[in-house]
Design a protein around this ligand. Structure first.
Ligand code: CMX
Length: 433
């Protein structure tokens, strides 16, 4: 079966489950909200539904029920390479099924046909001031393509609500196909004198991205691993939630993806991966490039904390153990770049930071998250412009966010509209005179 047929069958089977829950069990409580949660960023409030991934605080993420090692082992691999096709992962996220080799290759070819960055996007990006952050360029490049939306055309022609997911899937496939090219275009425009490398039609999603970046093997596998690891982290994180929220107004995926990129660009979220490298450079400079001693490293960590800053790459709003995305990248480093000096710094931080955060007693999770380890791999393979790193996160995160939006449309989720209260109402609820 094709992707669309598989998805159609899944959606038809799923709809009765959602409608039954709403019609017969709509009043069953799954969460109560405290004052602390209302002021504290809705932490732990269960108010979003997704079947695409689930984040267990101790175990970490599962994509469609599969752990990261299971996902990487099950998906069809690119011949001669270590990592699976990103396209196979898209299939898994969308349908919940592990695709066959033939199904994966069909999607590889489908996405190839949808490639090609419009000239007006290139012109718009070239017109931006040269100090524009790559995340602002990425967001602008995506929203500039909004005029291509198939959903908007179909909606204006009066398409029925139950079919909204079909043009939304078309939009998602079109945008997914263009994101690696958009990212590589921004990289080469900003850092390589706009010397662009044309796409290679023989290559898959990750392979073509590495080729257009101008970075040789095994960077293609780094790209595949990176996009898969960052694809989804259930729905409450800032980027995923933003994408869902914006799309709930029936804004198309171009608006939703651009907005989710804006959320990802914050230093407490995706931008932490550039912050880690910037921070480590500071440590290295202080140590005159010498290998860090544990004592010196501890001093630097305390200095950062005492100046009121967070240690980038550590802590998490949901996770309470080391992030398995961190571990997967650490395993990659141990295999491919065990002697890299920055990896040695990062690995020493893994030893030094958690006990210090525990001693400080503020962070609920002292362990490293995905961002602590991702920059070092990019640096090692020659991508030294660390303010570009979050764009890579964004290409990956778009896979999960847009898969969710397709399902939001398929299940007819309504516009999101939680209720706010005033401070006086909270004081009244608390019994404060
Ligand atoms: N370094 C220092 N202090 C930290 C910390 C860290 N890495 N992580 C948490 N804390 C502090 C918080 O700032 C907070 O302090 P205040 O009470 O003074 O405000 C306190 O510990 C409690 O925070 P928490 O409940 O443990 O964490 P939150 O859920 O509020 O925030 C996160 C989660 C990720 C924003 C936070 O851990 C952080 O700022 N980490 C560093 C930035 C980072 O790596 N972000 C990337 C996360 C992954 C991603 O989304 O990409």
């Amino acid at each position: 079966m094709s992707l669309k047929e598989t998805l159609e069958a899944k959606i038809e089977g799923w709809r009765p489950r959602t409608s039954r829950l709403v019609k017969e069990y709509g009043d069953v409580k799954i969460s109560d909200v405290s004052i602390g949660q209302a002021i504290g960023g809705a932490r732990g409030v269960k108010m979003l539904v997704t079947d695409i991934s689930y984040l267990d605080p101790n175990e970490g993420i599962r994509f469609r029920g599969y752990t990261i090692p299971e996902t990487l082992a099950m998906l069809p691999k690119v011949p001669g390479r270590e990592m699976p096709y990103v396209e196979g992962h898209i299939w898994l996220l969308l349908t919940g099924e592990v695709p066959t080799e033939a199904q994966t290759l069909e999607l590889v070819e489908d996405l190839k046909r949808r490639r090609g960055l419009p000239d007006y996007v290139k012109a718009a990006l070239r017109a931006l001031p040269s100090d524009t952050h790559p995340m602002a360029m990425f967001s602008a490049g995506i929203v500039a393509m909004e005029r291509e939306s198939e959903f908007v055309k179909a909606y204006n022609e009066g398409l029925g609500k139950m079919d909204y997911w079909r043009p939304t899937l078309e939009d998602a496939l079109n945008l997914w196909a263009k994101l690696p090219e958009l990212a590589a275009f921004i990289y080469r425009l900003k850092y390589k004198n706009d010397e662009q490398i044309p796409a290679d039609p023989s290559l898959d999603f990750g392979g073509n991205f590495a080729h257009m970046m101008g970075i040789p093997e095994p960077y293609d596998d780094v790209a595949r691993l990176y996009f898969i690891l960052h694809s989804d982290h259930e729905s409450g994180n800032v980027s995923a939630h933003t994408g869902h929220l914006v799309a709930s107004a029936l804004s198309d995926v171009y608006y939703a993806a651009s907005a989710m990129i804006d959320g990802l660009a914050g230093p407490l979220h995706g931008l932490a991966n550039q912050e880690v490298l910037r921070w480590i450079q500071g440590v290295m400079e202080k140590m005159g490039g010498a290998e860090p001693t544990e004592e010196k490293m501890k001093e630097f960590v305390w200095e950062t904390l005492n100046s009121g800053q967070v240690i980038p790459g550590f802590g998490h709003a949901v996770l309470r153990k080391t992030d398995p995305r961190y571990m997967e990248q650490r395993n990659f480093c141990l295999k491919h770049l065990p002697d890299d000096p920055i990896f040695k710094y990062v690995d020493m931080l893994y030893k030094v930071v958690p006990p210090i955060l525990e001693e400080q007693g503020k962070a609920k999770n002292p362990w490293p998250n995905v961002d602590a380890q991702s920059g070092v791999i990019q640096w090692h393979y020659g991508l030294r412009e660390y303010d570009f790193y979050t764009v890579l996160f964004g290409v990956g995160r778009a896979l999960g966010v847009m898969s969710n939006i397709v399902w939001d449309r398929a299940l007819g989720y309504p516009i999101e509209r939680p209720k706010s209260v005033t401070t006086a109402m909270l004081e009244e609820a608390a019994g404060i005179a």
